[in-house]
Design a protein around this ligand. Structure first.
Ligand code: SF4
Ligand code: SF4
Length: 377
């Protein structure tokens, strides 16, 4: 081991020693989903039902999470309602005082099941909206009558007395519908609306040329959202996630690597971020190791924890504890170096790559979608 490797090891050990507990958990219960959105954040290689953790292992993971200090669990997928043991998970988490949020496409839900989940202690539902135009909605999810179904489900959620967030991923095919999406959220009495530009990992990276909107249209949309946020203060909480491709600085990805959030994939792999499998790292599995040992001692968790791993320009940058150097997955995907500054940053020597990719993606008519399907990889 040479001197620099020793220093690196000491820095990583000290970052691990100063880590606090995770506050949130993303539990990806399954990759199965009736929809096939081309921007899905699931990996290209999707897992089959037989590869998923069984009920007992998930319950053990949730119990360990509560002991570790997790305060809220986001039950996600794929489509989490395809797990018939979902009610058991919600009850177990609620009995430990953990806040539960169900992230769903909604089309599989019935009024009875929503009521049952509420009775088990579910705290919140986040319902995705593909588009406000029925034809575009069906085209994006490759699922018939999706919008009609989702509007009914949104009403059932409110009737069950559960808080509702509408989650509207934005891209080239629906960006001009933002005003109508805001109106719909008001009509449905949603508590929160998330207008989030697609993040280009997983299936979205494969479909980037079909999905990325041009800069001028993004500016128009940002103005619409900005005006609505002001006008609807106290009525509707609007969160807006902008596209990295036109950014000056990157987002503080996950609020810092392995800082607040822990993710478990359907087969039990434990990750610091849901997209981290794209990085050349080894991940532990909750089937083999206690969750606390993975969070505090796992190699992948300590790889980018803290600020000591950074190279220039991040290492001496005054923004390094604001954005933590941005997204490791994006840095690796575009530069081949997972320690590089996120190219979304205007200070990165690779920033020009973002502009070049955006220019070539938006220069011509969008190609057809590559739909998300098990086995498509
Ligand atoms: S993004 Fe679409 S395909 Fe992926 S899990 Fe959500 S609803 Fe299913
Ligand atoms: S140089 Fe690094 S730390 Fe500074 S703003 Fe850019 S990504 Fe963030």
């Amino acid at each position: 081991m040479d001197g620099s490797t020793t220093i690196e090891t000491i820095e990583r050990v000290s970052a691990a020693a100063s880590a606090g507990p995770p506050l949130g958990m993303l539990a990806e219960l399954t990759h199965r989903c009736p929809l096939q959105c081309p921007y899905c954040s699931n990996p290209i290689h999707l897992l089959k039902a037989a590869e998923e953790l069984d009920t007992t292992t998930w319950l053990s993971a949730f119990s360990q999470a509560a002991e570790l200090g997790v305060l809220q669990v986001h039950l996600s997928g794929g489509e989490p309602t395809l797990r018939q043991d979902l009610e058991e998970f919600v009850s177990a988490l609620a009995s430990r005082g953990v806040y539960t949020n169900l992230i769903t496409a909604g089309v599989t839900l019935t009024a009875e099941r929503i009521k049952r989940l509420a009775d088990c202690g579910l705290d919140h539902i986040q319902l995705s909206l593909q588009a406000i135009d029925p034809e575009i909605s069906d085209k994006i999810g490759n699922y018939k009558q999706s919008l009609e179904r989702k509007l009914t489900v949104a009403r059932w959620i409110r009737e069950a007395g559960l808080p509702l967030t509408l989650n509207a991923p934005t891209h080239r095919h629906n960006i001009r519908q933002t005003r109508a999406v805001i109106e719909l959220a008001l009509n449905l009495e949603a508590d929160r609306l998330e207008i989030a530009h697609v993040q280009y990992y997983g299936w979205a990276a494969r479909n980037r040329a079909a999905l990325l909107p041009d800069y001028e249209t993004v500016l128009d949309e940002a103005a619409i959202v900005g005006e609505a946020k002001e006008r609807l203060k106290g009525v509707l909480n609007i969160d807006y996630v902008t596209p990295d491709y036109y950014a000056q600085f990157p987002k503080p990805c996950m609020g810092g690597w392995a800082k607040d959030v822990i993710t478990i994939k359907p087969e039990g792999k434990v990750l610091p971020c849901h997209a981290a499998e794209s990085l050349p790292l080894a991940f532990d599995n909750v089937r083999d190791k206690p969750l606390a040992a993975i969070w505090y001692g796992g190699e992948a968790f300590n790889r980018f924890r803290g600020l000591e791993w950074m190279k220039e320009p991040c290492r001496s940058c005054p923004r390094k504890d604001i954005d933590f150097g941005g997204c490791r997955c994006q840095a690796f995907a575009l530069t081949g170096d997972a320690e590089a500054a996120d190219p979304a940053c205007s200070l990165s020597p690779h920033h020009h790559l973002m502009a070049e990719v955006a220019k070539s993606a938006t220069a011509s008519a969008p190609p057809p979608f590559v739909y998300r399907r098990i086995g498509q990889a």
